[in-house]
Design a protein around this ligand. Structure first.
Ligand SMILES: [Zn+2]
Length: 68
């Protein structure tokens, strides 16, 4: 899945997360936790990923955040 021309969207893969500096990582986690949330239009699904809530990215972000 390739999206172009959508600045501001958090589409980084988990592999990318591991290579970031802690501060960048923390900022990215914040973006994840803000942008990925339960959808109002699709109850029980992530508003960003459209997969059943909680989506894998939020789970990963929450796990990493708890490590700080
Ligand atoms: Zn999501």
């Amino acid at each position: 899945m390739v999206q172009s021309g959508s600045p501001g969207s958090a589409t980084a893969a988990p592999a990318v997360l591991a290579s970031l500096e802690p501060l960048q990582l923390y900022a990215l986690l914040h973006v994840y936790l803000v942008t990925h949330r339960p959808s109002r239009l699709h109850p029980g699904r992530c508003a960003m990923c459209r997969v059943p809530w909680p989506c894998p990215k939020v789970r990963l972000a929450a796990r990493l955040r708890d490590g700080f």
